[in-house]
Design a protein around this ligand. Structure first.
Ligand SMILES: [Zn+2]
Length: 68
């Protein structure tokens, strides 16, 4: 089984419940804040904020410089 699923989202607040069923967990909300991704502490799913291509193309250099 893949333990580290990556999910692309276009908002910085996501809800995760592990997918429900036996593999699920209580539903929680994850706030990315200034970061561009967040990992769910329950199921280790990684939510990556996917910006529009227009924004990335115009702001790539400054984004890279401020990462981490
Ligand atoms: Zn989760």
């Amino acid at each position: 089984m893949s333990a580290h699923e990556v999910i692309e989202v276009d908002i910085k607040r996501v809800a995760c419940d592990g997918g429900g069923g036996a593999l699920g967990h209580p539903k929680i909300y994850l706030e990315m804040g200034a970061a561009s991704e967040v990992v769910c502490p329950y199921c280790s799913r990684r939510f990556v904020f996917k910006e529009s291509t227009a924004v990335i193309a115009g702001d790539l250099s400054s984004r890279s410089a401020s990462a981490k």
